[in-house]
Ligand binder design. Structure first.
Ligand code: C2E
Ligand code: MG
Ligand code: MG
Length: 424
């Protein structure tokens, strides 16, 4: 056995053989964490190689002393560290919280060693699947996650999913475009109206983003949201959209126009940021926008992930005065008992659910029953994806409050939306 002479941790080869044997025993749950220090070479360049070496030893000592439940850990090369961790009885929320806490502590240690440097630590996590017996493949997956976490300062880590592999290729095309987009105004915010079933008036709108490529083609969210989520860059996009709609509402108010409520989508990734709530408050206060004009859409499945954490943050946002909606309800796990306890105002029925329900009399009955229950617990209901008069009629008969769909309008550029729907 040959340990790393600098840090005393295992060498990579030994790590692979020891950890490889452990993951073959699938009676326990493990994760592999891969970490590196952003721009480590700056430490070497600016503070000298001795300081660089001391930082690497600090990290190794930190792993030995503070990283809980480590089975094996190694320095694979340079500033890259890998650990196999036992996560028996530990849920993902705790993993995120712990990662956040440990990263902050490690950053402090490094800043003390290399004064003036406050590096980010990139962390990728792979929750080892029970059928996974190939340690090299498992370490690769943690590394894919680690690489996608680069440049993302708000999130504690990126977790590997197969989806990450699929979007790797797409990301290579999308991400450079996105990086330039703030400069080139290549991100556009479109608005789609929400219509009151009772008055047929436009009572709100949803902000949806579009990316414009070099040839001027409009790229829909289906092509870029996943790539941005996996790299954490979605956080920037959503704040860009929120800033945009805050400015728009401010403009309406300054021109004496009573604003309609505009909703925006908040990706699941935000909820792992410690400062989410404060960041949103700060922005809204900067533009002096009363929060009742803003609605936050959180997709249904997010509420099933780290439930307590998310419910707490959503509650803080709602207590401040924002409206909160559960987006895409009926598209996945949908649980009525959960809806009952969530701190939300609006349920948006997903277009796939709406379409399926309208296919048969039984489906329509189910939808009617669902809307009745949601009404009973004082939730507003918005039906998405309404495309025909016939659909609208059934939906209205079921007691839905608002509709959003191509029947009325597609998402359109803001200036077009203002010309059509906002009367000065
Ligand atoms: P979503 O939040 O559920 O938004 C509604 C989607 O349904 C929009 O797709 C809208 O164009 C589409 N839609 C509305 N009415 C109809 C209809 O009658 N028929 C059909 N076939 N579709 C309709 P879009 O704009 O392509 O956005 C897709 C998803 O991407 C959104 O689903 C949302 O989850 C996400 N997204 C879009 N912009 C953003 C953003 O700025 N931030 C985040 N985090 N997510 C975004
Ligand atoms: Mg939405
Ligand atoms: Mg939706």
């Amino acid at each position: 056995m040959q340990n790393d002479s600098l840090t005393g941790l295992l060498g990579f080869e030994d790590f692979l053989s020891l950890a490889g044997a452990v993951i073959c025993d699938n009676s326990k749950a493990y994760l592999i964490a891969a970490a590196d220090v952003s721009d480590f070479h700056f430490i070497n360049i600016n503070h000298g190689y001795d300081t660089g070496d001391a930082v690497l030893c600090d990290i190794a000592d930190f792993i030995k002393l503070y990283l809980p439940n480590v089975v094996y850990a190694c320095r694979s090369h340079s500033d890259h560290f890998i650990a196999l961790i036992n996560i028996e009885n530990i849920d993902s929320e705790r993993v995120f919280n712990e990662t956040y806490r440990l990263k902050e502590r490690l950053k402090e240690i490094i800043s003390k060693r290399a004064e003036g440097i406050s590096p980010n630590i990139n962390v990728g996590i792979y929750f080892v699947q029970s059928e996974e017996t190939n340690i090299i493949a498992a370490v690769d997956k943690a590394n894919v996650a680690r690489r996608t976490s680069k440049g993302n300062y708000k999130l504690p880590c990126v977790v590997f999913s197969e989806h990450l592999m699929d979007i790797k290729e797409n990301s290579a095309k999308i991400l450079p475009l996105f990086d330039d987009s703030f400069r080139n105004e290549a991100i556009r915010v479109y608005l789609q109206p929400k219509i009151s079933s009772e008055t047929k008036k436009v009572v709100g709108a949803e902000a949806l983003s579009r990316l414009i490529d070099a040839e001027g083609n409009v790229i829909p969210p289906a092509k870029f949201i996943a790539a941005l989520e996996k790299t954490g860059k979605i956080v920037e996009l959503d704040f860009y959209v929120l800033t945009y709609i805050c400015k728009l509402i401010r403009k309406w108010l300054d021109n004496g126009i009573e604003p309609i409520t505009i909703s925006f989508n908040l990706s699941r990734m935000h909820f792992y940021s410690k400062t989410l709530v404060e960041d949103i408050f700060e922005l809204v206060e900067k533009y002096n926008v009363p929060p009742q004009y803003l609605e936050i859409e959180v997709t249904e499945s997010v509420f099933f992930e780290a439930q307590d954490l998310i419910v707490r943050k959503v509650k803080e946002l709602r207590d401040y005065g924002f409206k909160v909606s559960v987006d895409d309800f009926g598209s996945g796990y949908s649980s009525l008992s959960l809806i009952g306890v969530l701190p939300v105002d609006v349920v948006k029925l997903d277009k796939s659910f709406v379409k399926e329900s309208l296919k048969s009399p039984k489906g329509s009955d189910i939808m009617r029953g669902l809307i009745n229950i949601l009404n009973e617990i004082h939730l507003e209901i918005v039906c998405e994806g309404v495309e025909t008069k016939e659909e609208e009629k059934v939906i209205n008969d079921c007691g839905c409050d608002e509709v959003q769909g191509y029947l009325y309008d597609r998402p359109i550029p803001t200036d077009e939306f203002e010309a059509k729907y906002i009367k000065a």
